[in-house]
Design a binder for this molecule. Structure first.
Ligand SMILES: [Zn+2]
Length: 272
C-alpha cells in the first residue's frame, strides 16, 4: 500500500500484557495496584508514541482498549497523541479510530488467547468466551483486531506483550516487530524492567514504521466462518437469535459471510 511521508498511526493499548501485570485486580479501575499499573501502561504507550514520532509519524491516535477503557488519564499520554477513552459501542471496539485514515497499527500491552500455555492473564475478549474462531482457527484478540485493521487495508506492524502473544504474532503475522516484556510462570510471571521494556518498545516501533512498506494487511480468505465457543450454554442460547447465526453445538454459535464487516457485527452483538 502507499502512504505519505508522515504515516498516521493507531496504538491499541491493553493492560494484561504490560510489564509486571500478573493479576486481574491490577487491571481493574479502583482495585489493587491499578493506579501503579495504569502508569506503567501509559509509559509503554508513550514509548510507542515516541518511536512512531521518531519514524516520522504525525497523527497518532491512542485507543485505551482495556476493561473500563478509562485506564489512561488524559495528561498521562504523550502531548503529540490523541486519546480515545471509554467504549463507544462501535463494533471496532479495541480498534476504534481505525476508520480515520490510519496507515499503521501498533499493539501495546497485549496478551495471549484463552487456552495458551505459559501465558499471563490469557483470555479472548471477555470471561464468557472460551474460543473465538475464524475459518476453524482459534484467534487471539491481537488477530481479531488485526483482521479489523485488514478490513481497512491497514497492517499491524508491532506488538508488545507477554512472550506467548509475541510468539503467536510471529507465527500468524510473519515479520511483525515484537517486544516480549514478560513470560508466564504458572500464576506468576518473570519479566524485564519497565525502563528496559520501554526502550525496546520505542526502538521497535520506530524500526517497524520505518519499514512500513514491508507489511501487508492481515486478511483471511473469504467466505469467513466465525464461531464463538462460550463457556456457558446460556450465552450461546442467547446469541443464536442474531440474524443469520447458526447453532454449532450447545455452547457454540457461528456466522458465515463474504464480508468481514458482517462477521464483526455478528461478534459485537452476540458476545457481551
Ligand atoms: Zn485487557
Amino acid at each position: 500500500m502507499t502512504h505519505g511521508p508522515s504515516p498516521k498511526v493507531l496504538i491499541s493499548a491493553d493492560i494484561e500484557g504490560v510489564c509486571g501485570v500478573v493479576d486481574w485486580d491490577e487491571t481493574t479501575l479502583h482495585e489493587g495496584d491499578h493506579e501503579y499499573f495504569r502508569k506503567m501502561m501509559a509509559q509503554e504507550v508513550n514509548a510507542a508514541v515516541e518511536g512512531a514520532l521518531a519514524a516520522g509519524a504525525k497523527d497518532i491516535i491512542v485507543r485505551d482498549a482495556h476493561g473500563s477503557a478509562r485506564n489512561l488519564l488524559p495528561d498521562m499520554v504523550h502531548p503529540e497523541a490523541q486519546l480515545i477513552r471509554a467504549w463507544t459501542r462501535s463494533p471496532f471496539s479495541m480498534m476504534d479510530g481505525i476508520d480515520r485514515g490510519i496507515d499503521a497499527v501498533v499493539f501495546v500491552g497485549y496478551h495471549a488467547r484463552a487456552g495458551t500455555p505459559h501465558a499471563t492473564l490469557k483470555h479472548t475478549m471477555n470471561g464468557k468466551i472460551y474460543h473465538l474462531k475464524v475459518n476453524g482457527q482459534p484467534v487471539a484478540e491481537a488477530e481479531w483486531n488485526a483482521l479489523i485493521a485488514g478490513y481497512f487495508g491497514v497492517p499491524v506492524v508491532f506488538i508488545a506483550g507477554d512472550k506467548a502473544v509475541c510468539d503467536y504474532a510471529k507465527e500468524r503475522f510473519a515479520d511483525i516487530e515484537t517486544v516480549a516484556v514478560k513470560e508466564g510462570l504458572g500464576k506468576g510471571v518473570i519479566g524485564i524492567h519497565p525502563s528496559k521494556a520501554q526502550a525496546l518498545i520505542r526502538a521497535g516501533v520506530e524500526k517497524a514504521i520505518n519499514r512500513l512498506g514491508d507489511f501487508k494487511p492481515h486478511i483471511l480468505t473469504a467466505p469467513y466462518f466465525v464461531e464463538i465457543e462460550f463457556r456457558r450454554e446460556e450465552d450461546a442460547y442467547a446469541g443464536q437469535w442474531y440474524p443469520g447465526a447458526e447453532v454449532v453445538n450447545e455452547t457454540t454459535i457461528g456466522f458465515r459471510n463474504e464480508d468481514f464487516y458482517e462477521c464483526l457485527r455478528f461478534f459485537y452483538f452476540t458476545h457481551d
